[in-house]
Design a binder for this molecule. Structure first.
Ligand code: ADP
Ligand code: MG
Length: 714
């Protein structure tokens, strides 16, 4: 008999295990455990090392500690103000301790005399002895062994952690005869120092030492990451296999003309990204590349260079932005960049014709729209800039060669399908996805793992770093408005960003209007101030932006519509009101609106945090602290990941059973990279995994139907 696969383990119900009767089965099901696979991957929450715990005689007042003890006695009482109070005396041979719980009447039943528990808490001196109030309690039952696994528990569900450990032990014993299949070849395991899967499953639940536990965790985390990477790498390779790309002509002179017209030289990072992109464009496969770069790193130029490459081979290019405002801004800056560039025209004996850039959004209507559509269809429009409408509408391109997608979120499978439909013949356009939200390298490997990545990790020279300050409460705010007034007196400009209101655009507008009225009547009454918000018509918005650009305004009070794209070098102060409502990435984007010229710029993060009632102190949130301390987008992205956890990053990419249960994009950075390498190694040796059906089968088992459909459609 061949060793058991995960699918086979998933086909065995837990009711087949010793000790699992109707009642236990119900409890297990409430934990989401119905098969042996569910049980084996229900990992302990932590592990208590008996040899490493404090003894009661070692406890010191005021110092948190973990102790393993036996309950000696329990009493429940009512306090004077009608709270219940459960008091227990516990001991461990070295001494005794009193523990007290308020408002947890059920503790009386939980803490029966003679039961073994672990306690985590802070002992304090009370009436001459030590006492812990509301410690964390884990039931560890009468399990022997040095290391005790502690499983996630819940008061409502009557399952003890040692019962779960017992079921796991029984399950593992019964797997022993056949063994558990290992999809990672022994040579790779040896190279990476990974234990085999059967040992890993045993040692995660029943480790002899903490080192065992760590080895087991590493292997199981690797397996989770490997499955994610297998899906991504197989998808990437499948695209390369199936899609015929366009071999772009990278030898023409347009890029040279663009460069010659630039008032600056490219950064090394821009040069590198352009080379990587040209390499993809010249190749036979269609490009799927992510361009990551901090605000102001110069992504637009890189994107324009890719689009020009298409144009010089007589193809067209499209740039898609997530909003109409952004599309309009892109159109402006792309036209500006290309104003000095004309296209060689074979139909014209005298040489060149002007390059034609057109905007296509839902706001372009009537005759203008018909014009643009006709130009796209007959190829006289070289570059189209717009929203998703560009690929979704009944838009026909003469020959679409390069698509640039500017967005925070990933470019979905459906959009790629829509793009394929825009292709003329069966060659698929090359795709460059730009994101201004840096994400940590390992997270990028997971979220964008089917794309190649170019990084602009360098800002153009001559930028002065932006100093960031936290201003809390009305007193600090005085300094903020004084700064805005001083800059205005010196001929420079400021932005004020209004509080973010998630629930409703209407409320947000009301609050922006209120902020504007308050400032104009108060602190900024001497200055020329205007309001900009998302509900304004694009003409009105453009008019306000124009006045700001022409320096007819000192201050622009705005909602987050200015988050991206606004580029006014004379603006030196960014004030963000209620800054603690914004996330790190968004604040970093907002701050990137200043610091675009040679004058030093400042960003004020304004909050109204109340002091702690006990200590009287006020501290900025960790997010605001991070922004004050760093202007490096990649560093901030790491901190963001640290603070928010990976859930937020992962949920767009993977869902359901493929969630990472034990691996962590934060803790396991090195493993992510190793899993990715192994995935390439396995897929390149055996593209359809015909010789590793164990792995193929578990990827199919553990990934959602969508992913599967995409992967295995052939
Ligand atoms: P991003 O889109 O990455 O935020 P942009 O492409 O909007 O950045 O560029 C930001 C600003 O920097 C623009 O004003 C652009 O003209 C300028 N810029 C781009 N590349 C360079 C460079 N190599 N040297 C100097 N300035 C540059
Ligand atoms: Mg830009």
């Amino acid at each position: 008999m061949h060793p058991l696969s995960l699918r086979e383990l998933n086909d065995i119900g837990v009711e087949r295990l010793r000790g699992v009767g109707e009642r236990k089965l119900k409890s297990l099901t409430e934990f989401g455990i119905s098969t042996v696979l569910d049980l084996l991957t229900f990992y302990p929450r932590r592990w208590v090392d008996r040899t490493n715990e404090a003894r009661l005689s070692d406890l010191e007042p005021g110092r948190e500690a973990l102790v393993l003890v036996t309950v000696r006695s329990v009493v429940k009482r009512q306090t004077k103000n009608r709270k219940t109070m459960v008091t227990a005396v516990v001991g461990d041979g070295s001494g005794r301790l009193t523990i007290v719980f308020f408002n947890q009447p059920w503790r009386e039943k939980q803490l029966r005399e003679g039961v073994n528990i672990s306690l985590f808490g802070r002992p304090d001196v009370f009436r001459g002895g030590l006492q812990m109030t509301n410690p964390v309690v884990d039931m560890i039952g009468d399990r022997t062994g040095r290391i005790v696994p502690i499983y996630p528990q819940s008061e409502k569900i009557s399952l003890n952690t040692w019962e779960i450990a017992g079921f796991v032990e029984n399950a593992l014993e019964r797997c022993e005869a056949r063994g558990i299949a290992d999809p990672v070849p022994a040579s790779i395991r040896a190279r990476l120092g990974l234990v085999d899967r059967a040992s890993a499953l045993k040692l995660i639940h029943l480790p002899e030492t903490m080192a065992d536990q760590a080895r087991a965790r590493r292997r199981l985390a690797f397996d989770e990451l490997l499955r994610v990477q297998m899906v991504l790498v197989m998808r990437k390779r499948a695209l390369e296999r199936e899609q015929r790309g366009i071999r772009h002509d990278t030898s023409g002179e347009l890029i040279g003309r663009l460069r010659a017209a630039l008032p600056y030289t490219l950064t090394a990072a821009q040069e590198r990204a352009i080379i990587e992109i040209e390499h993809d464009l010249a190749g036979p496969h269609s490009m799927h590349r992510l361009l990551q770069g901090d605000v102001g790193a110069g992504k637009t130029l890189v994107a324009v260079s890719a689009m020009l490459t298409a144009v010089q081979g007589r193809h067209q290019a499209a740039l898609m932005a997530p909003t109409e405002v952004l599309a309009e801004q892109h159109a402006t800056s792309v036209r500006r960049l290309l104003s000095g560039v004309s296209v060689p025209d074979p139909a014209n004996l005298f040489g060149d014709r002007p390059l034609r850039v057109e905007l296509l959004t839902n706001r372009v209507t009537g005759g203008d729209r018909r014009d643009v559509l006709a130009g796209l269809a007959d190829g006289t429009v070289d570059i189209a800039i717009g929203t998703h409408a560009l690929i979704q509408d009944a838009v026909q391109f003469h020959s679409l060669g390069v698509v640039v997608v500017d967005e925070q979120h990933r470019f979905g499978v459906e959009q790629r399908a829509a793009l394929r439909d825009k292709a003329t013949g069966d060659a698929v356009p090359d795709v460059l996805v730009m994101t201004a939200t840096p994400i940590p390298r390992t997270a990028a490997m997971t979220v964008y793992g089917d794309l190649d990545v170019s990084v602009l990790d360098e800002l153009p020279p001559g930028r002065t770093p932006i100093a960031t300050f936290w201003a809390n409460g009305p007193l600090d705010e005085i300094a903020v408005w004084a700064d805005v007034c001083e800059e205005a007196a010196a001929g420079r400009q400021s932005y004020v960003v209004c509080p973010l209101i998630d629930e409703s655009e209407k409320l947000e507008l009301a609050s922006a209007q209120e902020t504007f009225d308050r400032l104009q009547a108060g602190e900024l009454r001497e200055l020329r101030v205007a309001l900009l918000h998302g509900r304004m018509s694009s003409n009105d918005k453009e008019a306000v932006m124009d006045r700001f650009r022409r320096q007819e305004l000192d201050v622009l009070v705005a909602t987050t519509v200015i988050e991206v794209g606004v580029d006014v070098a004379n603006a030196t102060v960014m004030v963000v009101l209620d800054a603690d409502r914004f996330g790190i990435a968004q604040l970093h984007q907002l701050r990137g609106r200043v610091g675009r010229g040679s004058k030093p710029s400042r960003c004020w993060l304004v909050t109204q945090t109340e002091p702690d009632p006990v200590t009287g102190k006020v501290d900025p949130s960790p997010r605001l602290q991070a922004l004050v301390a760093s202007t490096d987008g990649f560093e901030l992205a790491e901190i963001d990941l640290e603070l928010r956890g990976e859930g937020t990053i992962m949920n767009t990419a993977q869902k359901g059973r493929s969630d990472l249960k034990i691996a962590s994009l934060r803790r396991d950075r090195e493993l992510v990279a190793q899993a990715r390498e192994v995935a390439f190694e396995l897929v390149d040796a055996d593209p359809l995994l015909e010789r590793n059906t164990v792995l193929l089968d578990e990827v199919r088992l553990l990934f959602s139907a969508d992913d599967e459909a995409f992967l295995f459609k052939n």
